[in-house]
Structures are given as C-alpha cells and as structure tokens.
Design a protein around this ligand. Structure first.
Ligand code: SF4
Ligand code: SF4
Length: 266
C-alpha cells in the first residue's frame, strides 16, 4: 500500500473543513451548459487550495454526454485514479462509476415520449451521495458516514468489516464488494491512493482526496464533452444551481426518499 489510509482520510477531512492550506475556493464549474467547448483545458481551478462546499452535487448533462457515443473516459479516469481493479469475472466487478442503460438507471422515469436516442443510451451512474443515505443508517461500524461539512458519503476501508449491509441498503447498486484480493488485478498501481483488501466494500467518494488539494473529481476533469459539472448546491451563484434553474433534470429513484445529489439534464 502506498500511503496510510487513516492519515489519508483525515487529511481529506481537514482540508474540506478549510483547516489546511489557504483560503477556500467557492466554485468549480468549468462548463458552459449550452456549448460543447473542447478548447478549454481541464485544469485544477484553485492553485492547490482546497475546494470547499457546503453540499457537493453533480450534474450530468446527458445531451452533451450522448454526443460522445460509447465514451467511457470518466470511468477510465476514475478507476485509474483510485486503483480500481479489473476482474475477468463480472460477479467480482468493482465499479465506482459506470455506464448503465437508460431504462436500468431510470426505470420509473423513462416514458416513451422522451427522445429515442436518450431512451436507448447508456448513462454514467455512480454513488448519488444521497442526502438521506440508507447505506449510512445500516452500517454497524460507521465505516460509511455522511460528512457533515459537505455531505459527501465517505468510506473508511479500515473500519469496514464486510458485512455488506450497506450494499443491501443502497437502492442504486453503487457499492462493490472485494470478493478477492484486488491488488494483483490493478493494471498500474498509483502509489498516491490507497489500495483495498479482500472483504471490504468500496465506492465513489466524490474524489474527496482531490478536492482537498484543489482539484475537481477526476471524472469531471476527464470528460471531454464537459458533460459533468460539480459544485456546491448551497452556493446560490454556483454553476450547478444555474444549471438546475435553467434545465429540466431528473434523479434516480426519487420516490425512495434518499434525495440523490446527482442530477441528470435530459
Ligand atoms: S447511492 Fe447508495 S451508496 Fe451512495 S449514498 Fe446513496 S444509498 Fe449510499
Ligand atoms: S460492509 Fe462495511 S461499510 Fe458496509 S455496512 Fe458493513 S461495515 Fe459498514
């Protein structure tokens, strides 16, 4: 393992609280909602200062995403950044972000009058960082918890005892279980991020480690269509708020009351 995981999680938490480094930076939108701008480089927007928000959320602009038929750049970037293993057997699969058929992602919302290409598309899905996360409520060890300061649903792999209650509780299939030692199945280990062990659960954490050093989530940075926008829902001037005001958005399984914080422009 490259670094100690407890120190790593602690450092991320301190940074999110604004207790390290310099002044927090408020916003991180890098996208124009109406144009596919491929000229702007995806670069850290804050010179290494922590990105601080009160309630992080993500917007997925499916109109832009679907311009890039078959693209999985967000998935590749995330899985490379986080040492996500690749297993041949699908039952062992570990996934932090993945593409799912529109009907699978939004079964109660995909009415027949939506545009045909959206109905037959595959859309990026991940942990929704639910505002009322059932996975947190069932965890007996507090290995998963909702971070007070910014709402990220976090994981501490040291605390996880592998009971998988959280997997049963998550209605989105957003968590994966390491049935096997993942380390031999990582193409190229990045020593800057912890690897995991057999018997623990893992999932997307909105790149808390990158926010701590002023970087956007790696999926956002990697998306050449700029279909992913990350920002603070409680900042009335943020780009996520502007997009929500401007566009019709849907969320996955809203009727369950989990209040997902990933919004999809359709
Ligand atoms: S999507 Fe699943 S794992 Fe993520 S916060 Fe919601 S219930 Fe928990
Ligand atoms: S598998 Fe780990 S994170 Fe999930 S409920 Fe059990 S202890 Fe908590």
């Amino acid at each position: 393992m490259g670094i100690d995981r407890r120190k790593f999680i602690k450092a991320s938490g301190l940074a999110a609280l604004g207790l390290v480094s310099a002044a927090p930076v408020r916003l991180f939108g890098q996208h124009d909602s109406n144009m596919v701008d491929t000229t702007t480089p995806a670069s850290p927007p804050s010179d290494g200062k922590p990105l601080v928000g009160n309630r992080w959320a993500m917007i997925v602009d499916l109109k832009k995403c679907l311009h890039e038929e078959g693209c999985t750049d967000c998935v590749a970037a995330c899985h490379l950044t986080h040492n996500v293993p690749k297993f041949d057997n699908p039952k062992d699969e570990i996934k932090w972000i993945w593409k799912e058929g529109f009907h699978g992602a939004f079964h109660e919302l995909g009415h027949k009058h939506l545009e045909e290409h959206i109905l037959h598309s595959h859309v990026p899905v991940m942990c929704n960082h639910c505002d009322s996360p059932p996975c947190v409520k069932v965890c007996p060890t507090q290995a998963t918890w909702k971070r007070e300061q910014d709402g990220i649903v976090m994981m501490d792999w040291h605390r996880c005892i592998g009971c998988r209650y959280c997997m049963a509780a998550c209605p989105y299939g957003s968590r994966s279980f390491n049935w096997r030692d993942p380390r031999p199945h990582i193409d190229k280990i990045d020593p800057n991020f912890p690897t995991r062990e057999r018997g623990v659960v893992e999932k997307c954490t909105f790149c808390d480690e990158r926010l701590a050093v002023g970087k956007l989530p790696s999926c956002v940075e990697a998306c050449k269509a700029k279909a992913l926008v990350f920002g603070d829902l409680e900042d009335a001037e943020s780009e996520v708020r502007a997009l929500l005001a401007e566009h019709y958005t849907i969320r996955r399984k809203p009727g369950l009351g989990t209040n997902p914080e990933i919004y999809y422009i359709v």
